[in-house]
Design a protein around this ligand. Sequence first.
Ligand SMILES: *[C@@H]1O[C@H](CO)[C@@H](O)[C@H](O)[C@H]1NC(C)=O
Ligand SMILES: *[C@@H]1O[C@H](CO)[C@@H](O)[C@H](O)[C@H]1NC(C)=O
Ligand SMILES: *[C@@H]1O[C@H](CO)[C@@H](O)[C@H](O)[C@H]1NC(C)=O
Ligand SMILES: *[C@@H]1O[C@H](CO)[C@@H](O)[C@H](O)[C@H]1NC(C)=O
Ligand SMILES: *[C@@H]1O[C@H](CO)[C@@H](O)[C@H](O)[C@H]1NC(C)=O
Ligand SMILES: *[C@@H]1O[C@H](CO)[C@@H](O)[C@H](O)[C@H]1NC(C)=O
Ligand SMILES: *[C@@H]1O[C@H](CO)[C@@H](O)[C@H](O)[C@H]1NC(C)=O
Ligand SMILES: *[C@@H]1O[C@H](CO)[C@@H](O)[C@H](O)[C@H]1NC(C)=O
Ligand SMILES: *[C@@H]1O[C@H](CO)[C@@H](O)[C@H](O)[C@H]1NC(C)=O
Ligand SMILES: *[C@@H]1O[C@H](CO)[C@@H](O)[C@H](O)[C@H]1NC(C)=O
Length: 708
Amino acid sequence: MAYASCHYIFFIVSIFPFCVLPQNDVAVAMGSILTANESSIPWLSSSGDFAFGFQHLQENDMFLLSVWYDKIPDKTVAWYADSPSNPVPRGSTVKLEAQTGLVLRDPRGQVLWRPHGINAGEVNHGLMNNSGNFILMASNYTWLWETFRFATDTILPLQKLLYDSVLNSTQSETNFSQGRFYLRFLNDGNLVLRLRSLPNSGTNNDTEYYNSQTSDPLNSSDSAYQVIFNSNGSLYMLKRNNQTIQLGPLSIPPASENYYRATLDFDGVFTYYSHPKTFTGNSSWTILWAVPKDICADMDAAQGTGACGSNNICSLVDRKPICQCLKGYSLLDPNDKYGSCMPNPCLEEPKKPKDRETVLLVQSVFLGGSLFLNLLFIGVGFQVIYQKRRSKFHLKNDVVEKNLCCFSYKELAEATNDFKEELGRGSFGIVYKGYIKMNSRNKIVAVKKLDRVTQDSEKEFLAEVNTIGQTNHKYLVRLLGLCYENQHRLLVYEYMPNGTLASFLFCNPRPSWDVRTSIAIGIARGLVYLHEECTSQIIHCDIKPQNILLDDYFSARISDFGLAKLLLINQSQTLTNIRGTKGYVAPEWFRNSQITAKVDVYSFGVLLLEIISCRRSVMDVEIGDGGKAILTDWVWDCFEQERLDCLVENDLDALEDKMKLVRFVMIGIWCIQEDPSLRPTMRKVSHVLEGIVDVMVPPCPSLVRYTS
Ligand SMILES: *[C@@H]1O[C@H](CO)[C@@H](O)[C@H](O)[C@H]1NC(C)=O
Ligand SMILES: *[C@@H]1O[C@H](CO)[C@@H](O)[C@H](O)[C@H]1NC(C)=O
Ligand SMILES: *[C@@H]1O[C@H](CO)[C@@H](O)[C@H](O)[C@H]1NC(C)=O
Ligand SMILES: *[C@@H]1O[C@H](CO)[C@@H](O)[C@H](O)[C@H]1NC(C)=O
Ligand SMILES: *[C@@H]1O[C@H](CO)[C@@H](O)[C@H](O)[C@H]1NC(C)=O
Ligand SMILES: *[C@@H]1O[C@H](CO)[C@@H](O)[C@H](O)[C@H]1NC(C)=O
Ligand SMILES: *[C@@H]1O[C@H](CO)[C@@H](O)[C@H](O)[C@H]1NC(C)=O
Ligand SMILES: *[C@@H]1O[C@H](CO)[C@@H](O)[C@H](O)[C@H]1NC(C)=O
Ligand SMILES: *[C@@H]1O[C@H](CO)[C@@H](O)[C@H](O)[C@H]1NC(C)=O
Ligand SMILES: *[C@@H]1O[C@H](CO)[C@@H](O)[C@H](O)[C@H]1NC(C)=O
């Protein structure tokens, strides 16, 4: 029998003074060999709890040289030979040899792996210890090599982590290739979890998402120097002054009846598990403790994309991250659920049900109700608007709104690492990325350093910022806080991970029609709010794709609103200084006529035409082909000649959605009418975009038409 030929029984007299009974330990004799196939019988520990040998990986019919829990159905791996060639093909062998100790060979006899640091002829026998440690021993019983000293992703009771010990995560539960995360016990006493930077990213930019904070830089005797996992299952850190710091769970089920392990799981969570030794029916590992507490939030703050790849949304279930692609996106690598997701270019994206419900509600109220009810409804509507207007915010001296945080300049300098990482430059100043602790959570923020604030009165600055601070809308970038200190004026906004609409819109391939149209509707709704629904009207004055940001869900968020006023004394009066950006500014800016919310309608119209056509409003004359250099003129030409297909080129989704395309183009042309009084309000625009009301055929936008 293969089993007998590979083993012989070896007795070691126990050294415990009160226990004179010899303990049976199954030594593995020199010359013992295992072959990787289903009938391969592993080298077991005397209790049978642990096995060393080839574990069959069903998925790809390979074999993993490993140590595993042999008495549980999962056969959970506790250690594996850390070699790129592991797992190995059927027919590979592992042999205990006098010359080399232990050798893993492929079926042709090529050496694939062997333990480091063993001198020829030293090894006398091997031993699968009952604690899960596979040991190579000298004839004098000195331990020459042990799996406990070369931990892979798991530590077990009686195993220690010393300075510079590393656990590497695996690629997945079944793929034992090296994964993205590692745990390291730094020699300053901190235990850290990090995300490995991509190999081609050059320098070591690993992102830390957990730190045990157990280092005292001023007093090394007060710093942790060992991580101990004791036989009772206690996982803690030991300081040189013999104080301990609890790491694992406080309450642990009895050691006699349970297995324990702490594994850096493939999802980046360092997890403490227990499993009953005896059980009936199905039993599995129970999570007793894990760090970080919320990997989705902590990774997000540290890295920006979270424990999941880009466009892959992270949520926490039973302390573990679950990743779910954004709607309309699918996994880049279908086997890597935690990887990045890509948009499905050919599939129709599902509509957001919520938006649809509102549309239906409004429609049914207006269409379904009696005349009396409609009047009543409108009456109530006016009442609500009136009430809202009356409750206009009054600033009490220089009190800052409760929902805004006040930061010191020093805090913001620290948060942004001295204004190091620039996110963008706008007309009001430079925006930097920063990390701030708010409500005991790390949050990524965008810090805008205003460089052209002419209003030096602190009171007026605060009044304006408070107005912005009170805005809270789904399609606006939220202001979180501010800093006003000496000459410094800074605003802290929530961070938008998907950048600006400009970078999203003008790239190849063009974003899908449905995403584009819902972005347009979002911007329109945000402007309705600014113009009509917030406590005091806010005219944006600089609507352009660079000022529209995209949130996690690629939903539009208007930024920089309310800032125009910080630079001007009285917006509704004639301006000396033209605000806005070439290509988007309404003609009345040049005419010294009154500035109203209609300037935003104009800019929105240009933006809408850009969203439809994925073209910039003004192109380089050299690059722009005949007649297309000025987007608004070109759109009008296409519209007049009934060639809307030119606008969207071969965008099949848009061409098939002809009704919506026509509606969008027509309302866009209404918005860019030179005469402000002809332009609709943003509310009307929003209703047309949403399909609630119809739109008439627009006239030519220019009063005087130049033909090229
Ligand atoms: C497994 O390998 C052993 C040793 O080489 C061999 O005797 C046995 O026939 C193999 N079993 C199968 C099912 O291939
Ligand atoms: C098994 O490992 C434990 C813990 O390291 C140790 O105390 C024990 O002596 C080992 N058994 C043998 C037979 O070496
Ligand atoms: C035990 O044997 C090893 C290897 O032969 C040797 O390095 C070591 O010094 C020996 N230890 C003792 C205590 O004899
Ligand atoms: C962990 O991964 C690093 C980087 O690939 C490697 O150098 C190290 O040997 C690995 N450590 C373990 C214990 O597997
Ligand atoms: C395991 O993951 C690595 C890295 O992603 C990949 O190259 C390899 O093909 C995977 N192995 C299997 C069996 O899927
Ligand atoms: C790595 O970090 C350095 C310093 O923070 C930075 O200059 C560099 O751009 C980073 N590299 C990558 C690839 O992120
Ligand atoms: C370092 O810490 C230990 C114990 O925490 C304390 O007894 C000792 O006085 C400290 N030494 C210094 C220099 O602070
Ligand atoms: C384990 O628990 C037992 C009973 O509570 C206790 O006597 C023993 O000292 C503990 N062992 C360790 C290493 O903490
Ligand atoms: C810590 O404990 C060890 C073993 O019990 C002892 O030898 C050592 O003196 C202790 N150190 C301190 C600083 O108390
Ligand atoms: C055990 O698990 C299997 C598969 O997950 C399931 O089909 C079966 O019903 C479970 N049995 C019990 C007793 O829970």
